[in-house]
Design a protein around this ligand. Structure first.
Ligand SMILES: Cc1ncc(COP(=O)(O)O)c(C=O)c1O
Length: 376
């Protein structure tokens, strides 16, 4: 009997292991109170304005998506400035879908894509799945992208270079001078993908303005998402920004009615929710400072950058042990083996109660009570 023919490239793709869900862990360990600090979700829930827009949009759930896509793109473009218009934007089902579209559009016929070893694993998963070569470049000693080494790996078959800024899981950003240095060295056949899914958290004024490259029609695609700072991870809305020529080509990777109006209208409404945005940013900044100083006080190597997570490097006992020990106490965090760091843990900034619970649990793991030795 003949069998269905499978793609060798797809068969070799490691499945993306998402953070475990609260429900799963609750059922598995029989715990009542489980908190998840593993997927960089909003510490304060979704925007109330977005929820209301979604609720209203449900009344039209029987219809195919209409003008919401066009309206959201126009709204984002007017906020971005740089003379960009809705034709410079393409929406997708989260930043991950946008990354898939980009890889589908550019990685074919033996093309390769360059990326850091310590970054979002979807770049290598998608490039490999498309039959391309993922060129994985070791990071600098501080774990940031080694751009010089990445540029050295470029050849005639290089289609994409992935630049994650702020980088997941380190929080590093590129400043303008660094991005300019890179852009001056990349040949025009290479599309530079600036993944800025966490850009709303950046406070550093030197953060590179990748949209400037788009405005001057360099081969640059910028990826952004409503999952993190807009608190809409479950609605799956992301977008790419790029020069019009590249965008009309990228449109070909979209399906008809690709993103639903409920999600698009909620995303548009979240852009007007300034109270939510302020509260979200404040919670992340305060929570991040708290986690860094509390872990420092425990003698741990906790690094933070310009995003809504921190990175715990080389914890005593090892990352796997600490992840499991926290899980047994009802706290889900993320081991970073799949992100190129086998002995590190990424912890999402939660609300204050969650952050305090994490620190208390961590204290029990790394500073176990010294056993009392009874005199014999
Ligand atoms: C660097 C980076 N890019 C893209 C994404 C995609 O997020 P989403 O598909 O939810 O927009 C994530 C999510 O964790 C991420 O960390």
């Amino acid at each position: 009997m003949s069998e269905p023919r499978l793609s060798p490239a797809l068969q070799q793709v490691p499945l993306y292991v998402a953070g475990r869900s609260v429900e799963e862990v609750r059922a598995e360990l029989g715990l009542d109170e489980v908190i998840k600090l593993a997927s960089n979700e909003s510490p304060i829930g979704p925007s109330p304005l977005a929820m209301e827009a979604a609720r209203q949009a449900l009344a039209e759930a029987h219809r195919y998506p209409g003008v919401a896509d066009h309206e959201l793109r126009a709204k984002i473009a007017s906020q971005l400035g740089h003379g960009l218009s809705e034709a410079n934007l393409v929406t997708g089902n989260g930043g991950t879908d946008i990354l898939r579209m980009i890889v589908q559009a550019f990685v074919f016929d033996g093309g390769n894509a360059i990326m850091s070893q310590v970054t979002f694993p979807m770049y290598r998963i998608l490039a490999g799945g498309a039959g391309g070569e993922a060129r994985i470049v070791p990071p600098q000693p501080d774990l940031s992208h080694d751009l010089e080494a990445m540029v050295e790996r470029v050849d005639d078959d290089t289609r994409l270079i992935f630049l994650c800024t702020p980088n997941n899981p380190t929080g590093h950003i590129f400043d303008q001078a660094t991005a300019d240095w890179l852009m001056a060295r990349l040949p025009d056949h290479v599309v530079a993908v600036f993944d800025e899914s966490y850009c709303a958290y950046v406070a550093d004024g030197l953060y590179a303005d990748s949209l400037g490259y788009v405005a001057s029609s360099r081969p640059v695609l910028v990826v952004r998402s409503f999952s993190k700072s807009a608190g809409l991870a479950n609605l799956r809305v992301g977008y790419a920004i790029g020069p019009m020529g590249l965008m009309s080509y990228l449109q070909r990777t979209r399906l008809p009615f690709h993103v639903g109006d409920i999600a698009l209208l909620a995303a548009a409404a979240s852009m007007d929710d300034y109270a939510y945005q302020d509260a979200h940013q404040l919670a992340v900044r305060r929570g991040r400072d708290y986690l860094v100083s509390a872990m420092g006080a425990l003698g741990l190597d906790c690094r933070s950058g310009e995003a809504n997570f921190v990175l715990l490097v080389d914890p005593p006992g090892g990352a796997t042990f600490v992840v499991e020990a926290l899980l047994r106490q009802g706290i889900i965090v993320r081991g970073m083996a799949g992100f190129g760091l086998p002995n590190a843990i990424r912890i999402t900034v939660g609300n204050q109660a969650a952050n305090e619970r994490l620190i208390a649990a961590l204290r029990r793991v790394v500073q176990p009570a010294v056993p009392v030795v009874e005199p014999v």
